[in-house]
Design a protein. Structure first.
Length: 325
């Protein structure tokens, strides 16, 4: 018996048993859901070509041998989840402000609101199939509509009965969600991310309203610029706070409104803490080179769940087009 066997009281494995255990535990080869960037036509045509290439590659790589969703090994939610949600402060819903700030999924006057409903459903299904829970929403540069996308997804997700979501404004250098909703002083989200303010004391949900916006989405809003966002994202406290939110609110999804990928290193710094990204591309503003560089910076190990071409007018008149895979 080896020294370790004497210390533990366990017999040493025979070579054959050891080989069988190692063979059974060997990990499967890692796969990347992010396809290599390829050359294509210029301008809007090339943007659409990039989106279609990503969609085709994702579809080809996403044919599982076993279609059974992976088992979730997280512990059962604690019994006070409902009480925790009820404890959250509320945000008043102003229909006029929602319309003025293009929260088109609120009143649903805009026909494009239906596109967000479809995006919501496909996103929920795709993430559940893969066992993912956290998605980062970004864009190559500012002005592409990533915060517009995040907030409209938040509203349409709130109408899913029995489905909970958390949406955090993590564009810490240029916070926008609080201003869009008319919240003058929601408090700095950075204090929550550092662990000095409890998540249940900072997060808010929509108040009762006539627009059928649900109360099952918790919003982490921000009213203070954080010049050292990347450094904050890499702290141990940041990871612990996200885990605490999941433990206390048991969200099915967490959406992070991130800075533009080409602005600073914030999106790269937070990459270990989200499962995949949703890329918002500004039609007529974003170049194919910017899309490819954004994907390169984020890295091939971070899957692209989908790509939205915002304000990309198509032949059918739909101003909010997307590819999803």
């Amino acid at each position: 018996m080896s020294d370790r066997g004497r210390l533990t009281g366990r017999a040493r494995l025979d070579p054959g048993a050891r080989e069988r255990i190692l063979a059974a535990a060997a990990p499967a080869p890692a796969r990347s859901d992010t396809p290599p960037a390829g050359a294509g036509p210029s301008g809007m045509a090339e943007l659409r070509a990039i989106i279609l290439d990503l969609q085709d590659a994702g579809a080809a790589a996403d044919t599982p041998a076993d279609t059974t969703p992976p088992a979730r090994d997280d512990p059962a939610p604690p019994p006070d989840i409902e009480a925790n949600w009820a404890r959250l402060a509320t945000i008043p819903v102003d229909p006029g402000r929602m319309d003025d700030n293009l929260v088109i999924t609120a009143a649903r006057h805009d026909p494009a609101a239906g596109a967000f409903d479809v995006l919501r459903t496909r996103m929920v299904q795709a993430m559940a199939d893969r066992g993912w829970r956290r998605v980062g929403i970004t864009s190559p540069t500012k002005g592409c509509g990533k915060s517009f996308t995040a907030l409209n997804l938040a509203v349409t997700l709130s109408r899913y009965a029995g489905h909970r979501a958390v949406v955090l404004d993590l564009d810490l250098r240029a916070p926008a969600l609080a201003r869009t909703l008319g919240m003058a002083a929601p408090g700095p989200v950075g204090d929550m991310l550092r662990g000095t303010v409890a998540p249940l004391d900072h997060l808010r949900r929509f108040a009762a309203n006539a627009l059928n916006i649900g109360a099952n989405v918790a919003l982490g809003l921000n009213d203070r610029v954080e010049p050292y966002a990347a450094e904050l994202f890499q702290t141990r406290q940041m990871a612990q706070v996200l885990a605490r939110i999941e433990a206390e609110l048991a969200p099915d999804l967490m959406l992070f409104d991130l800075p533009p990928a080409l602005a600073q290193d914030d999106v790269i710094a937070l990459a270990p803490l989200y499962d995949c990204i949703l890329m918002v591309v500004g039609g007529g503003a974003t170049t194919p080179r910017e899309v490819r560089e954004s994907l390169r910076r984020i890295g091939e190990d971070k899957p692209v769940l989908g790509m939205i071409l915002n304000r990309g007018e198509g032949a059918d008149g739909d101003a909010y087009r997307y590819a999803y895979y």
